[in-house]
Design a protein around this ligand. Structure first.
Ligand code: NCD
Ligand code: ZN
Length: 367
């Protein structure tokens, strides 16, 4: 008798422990959009598109294919190939962009605008990053195109780094602001400009100093990591992207901007898949793949900063408003629970190594 009483008193606290088990933290937000995404082409599309489509309603699709997407006709055909790669149970809208070259004409910009399929044009300084060889060699070469874009209210997306080999690779963004972007914004103050994947305090300060036509995207890797990640215990090619990770003070500045709620700052993963062997090479490609946890990584960064309440503004509201598009009507739910990222995902006939491969992500997207 006594024994059984003893057991029941032992059981009681156990039962209570069960009831008082830590409640899982969940967060429901309006479905986000990705305002900067690389999905490549061909076989790779069906490997990467489902990751994005599970989480995001729309994404701005980068045009840096080889050869690049320089015309509305090419963008329209590319859009069809992307749509074919969307799993039948998912709703996802690719927002296409044109790749600007020295030869882009105002007539092409007008065609892009009239098509209703093109949401922006991308400026890659020639040689700045992956597949930028056909990019712009002199900023004045695109003045006629920029004038047409301003007139048609087609945003300009900017890879903001100078290519001058005399400039230290860690200073290329700041020098780009001084030499190119500040004068460009002054010359075309009504042109909507997205300063893509900003990485420095200088960029944050510059964006804040501009009018409301100029906004910026911020990637998950630049919110979560500083440049130490590139050299942690050895050379880490899967942390190499452009613009390259910067020192901790810059990460802090980006985090402050992201959690500030300021409508100028919004989500753009810059998820950029490359085959494993292209990355693990004597001359490895720039690009980090993050689409498999494209919203979860931001949840981690905002959570660590104690600002989960600002995630929806950054991920689901600011970008749509900047582009003049409706905010999505459905929601996603995130749960604070560890899961392990696989060592690799397929990429067509090859494989890619995702961000956090073999390691834990602390948030999970459950719907
Ligand atoms: C991108 C890619 O691989 O296409 N790479 C990267 O490091 N971000 C190009 C780009 O956005 O610079
Ligand atoms: Zn990019």
């Amino acid at each position: 008798m006594q024994k059984s009483d003893a057991i029941s008193t032992i059981n009681r606290p156990l039962h209570l422990t069960h009831c008082a088990q830590p409640v899982t933290t969940t967060l429901t937000i309006i479905r986000p959009d990705d305002w900067h995404l690389h999905v490549r082409d061909g076989e790779a599309l069906s490997s990467v598109i489902p990751h994005t489509a599970q989480r995001f309603a729309r994404a701005i699709i980068m045009p840096n294919l080889a050869p690049p997407v320089t015309t509305t006709e090419l963008a329209s055909a590319y859009r069809q190939r992307i749509i074919r790669a969307i799993p039948p149970n998912m709703h996802f809208k690719p927002l296409m962009t044109l790749y600007l070259t020295d030869q882009t004409t105002p007539a092409e910009i007008k065609r892009a605008h009239n098509s209703g399929l093109i949401y922006a044009c991308k400026l890659y300084p020639a040689g700045a990053t992956t597949h930028s060889e056909s990019g712009v060699t002199r900023i004045d070469a695109i003045y006629p195109a920029l004038e047409a874009m301003q007139a048609h209210q087609l945003p300009l997306l900017v890879h903001g780094e100078v290519v001058d080999p005399d400039i230290d690779v860690f200073d290329r963004e700041q020098v780009f602001i001084e030499r190119i972007l500040a004068p460009l914004h002054q010359r075309y103050p009504q042109l909507r400009i997205v300063f893509e994947h900003i990485t420095t305090r200088a960029a944050v300060d510059f964006v804040l100093s501009c009018n409301d036509k100029l906004g910026a995207t911020i990637t998950p890797q630049h919110l979560l990591y500083n440049r130490n990640a590139l050299f942690h215990g050895g050379l880490r090619p899967h942390f190499y992207c452009l613009p390259v990770l910067k020192r901790e003070t810059h990460r802090q500045a980006l985090l402050e901007a992201a959690i500030s709620g300021n409508p100028k700052f919004f989500l753009g993963t810059d998820s950029a898949p490359h085959g494993k062997h292209q990355k693990e090479s004597a001359c490895g490609c720039a690009g980090i793949y993050s689409a498999h946890a494209g919203i979860e990584f931001y949840a981690e960064a905002f959570d660590a900063a104690g600002s989960l309440d600002k995630l929806e503004t950054f991920a689901s509201l600011n970008g749509a408003r900047f582009y003049g598009l409706a905010v999505n009507t459905d929601t996603i739910t995130l749960e604070k629970q560890d899961w392990t990222v696989p060592a690799e995902y397929p990429l067509g006939n090859s494989a890619l190594v995702p961000l956090r491969a073999g390691d834990n992500v602390h948030w999970r997207c459950i719907t």
